[in-house]
Design a protein around this ligand. Structure first.
Ligand code: NAI
Ligand code: MG
Length: 359
């Protein structure tokens, strides 16, 4: 068996796009001899409303038994966003030491970028975001609540080990995938403690990978370059907050949130890794059949690659590119007219047709 997968659809369009990913998974089982077990968990805002928590007390213990987690999205107006994020996604990322957040920014064939000049130049890079500490460290507090002098402190926590882990992963990733350059996002001109520390520690790892070009770019200028020269980038290394923002920008220039996948990786393999779209639960379009299922299905492809089925990852990506060539088969956000279900069904059909000749 290739592995066992925990599926957590979550809220809003998370449920709608996950339904399509499960259809793809089932097609791979019946038509491509994929042998996996999977279980679906209803941990979500509905679960919170019923039980007062986002997942059962032994939820993380349960997840530990799986090889990988396929996650949809969470967020619902009945539960504060910081509760859904900090009680479900963050504990999974942190407990399972998923310190790498991998986000490909790739303009697929058939997708138009909002940037005119990108028509002839290919946008194809990856963002590697530190995923376990930094600005998202939940350290801080409020003082003098309710008084005129009320104040809030939010600490950023950067550790030598944390920076080393993500920087080594980035340079090794570049080497392994034949990239020649790593770009580190910084802001050490203004954030003088943590970001200077980031530069110093990343610099050390860069020195020990002298075959890979290393550049550090201030994150504000980097944001502008994502728009003006996105084809220049290969591997972008960023802290938790900078990587979060840059990856939404990256996904926008490569065609939109509806197609962008991500992987939260535990490189040691000791704990399961988690695969999820970059987008959230999109309450503005939820329940209307407008959600693009591609980001979720591409996330499934990354999961399958992670559990040793790169062949199936490639089949899915090829099928997605085929789907994109027919605008009547894709959703409105990328210029099509199909519903979420229709897009999912059309992709399944392509996969079935393509299986001819595959043993
Ligand atoms: P969002 O990603 O849900 O939506 C941003 C915009 O992109 C919306 O206009 C939405 O309609 C569109 N969009 C997103 N995914 C799409 C898809 N598959 N197809 C077509 N259009 C799509 O981000 P937003 O609005 O900031 O947050 C909504 C909720 O999602 C909040 O509760 C937030 O906390 C949560 N969230 C959860 C995440 C997660 O589960 N990892 C990540 C980001 C946000
Ligand atoms: Mg984000």
């Amino acid at each position: 068996m290739a592995g066992n997968i925990a599926i957590v659809p979550g809220d809003g369009i998370g449920k709608e796009v996950m339904k399509q990913a499960v259809k793809v998974l089932e097609t791979l089982e019946t038509d491509y001899a994929l042998d996996v077990d999977y279980d679906v968990f209803d941990w979500s805002s509905d679960y919170y409303v019923q039980h007062g928590r986002m997942l059962p007390e032994d939820g993380l213990e349960t997840l530990k038994n799986y090889d990988a987690i396929l996650f949809g999205a969470i967020g619902d107006n009945r539960v504060p966003d910081d509760v859904t994020v900090w009680e479900l996604i963050m504990p999974i990322r942190k407990t399972f030491e998923q310190y790498v957040n991998f986000r490909p920014v790739k303009q697929l064939q058939g997708i138009n970028s909002p940037l005119d000049h990108s028509q002839n130049k290919k946008i194809d890079f990856v963002i590697l975001r530190e995923n376990s500490e930094g600005e998202y460290s939940d350290s801080g507090g409020l003082m003098f609540q309710g008084q005129e002098k009320e104040m809030a402190i939010q600490n950023s926590i950067f550790t030598k080990q944390g920076i080393k882990n993500i920087a080594e992963f980035a340079f090794d990733y570049a080497r392994k995938h034949h990239y020649s350059k790593v770009t580190s996002a910084t802001k050490s001109n203004a954030i003088t403690h943590t970001m200077k520390f980031w530069d110093k520690e990343v610099g050390k790892i860069a020195e020990s990978h002298s075959d890979i070009e290393y550049e550090k770019v201030y994150v504000d200028a980097l944001a502008a370059k994502f728009v003006q020269q996105p084809e220049e980038f290969q591997v972008v290394l960023a802290s938790n907050l900078f990587g979060d923002i840059l990856s939404d920008l990256g996904s926008a220039v490569a065609g939109g949130l509806g197609i962008s996948p991500s992987a939260n990786i535990n490189p040691s393999g000791e704990f399961p890794s988690m695969f999820e779209p970059v987008h959230g639960s999109a309450p503005d379009i939820s329940g209307k059949g407008l959600a693009n299922p591609i980001a979720q299905i591409w996330s499934l492809a990354l999961l399958l690659e992670h559990i040793g089925r790169k062949d199936l990852h490639d089949h899915i990506l090829r099928a997605i590119e085929q789907l994109l060539s027919d605008k009547s088969k894709v959703t409105k956000d990328i210029g099509g007219s199909a519903s979420t279900d229709e897009a999912g069904d059309a992709l399944v059909k392509i996969l079935r047709e393509n299986k001819v000749g595959i043993t």
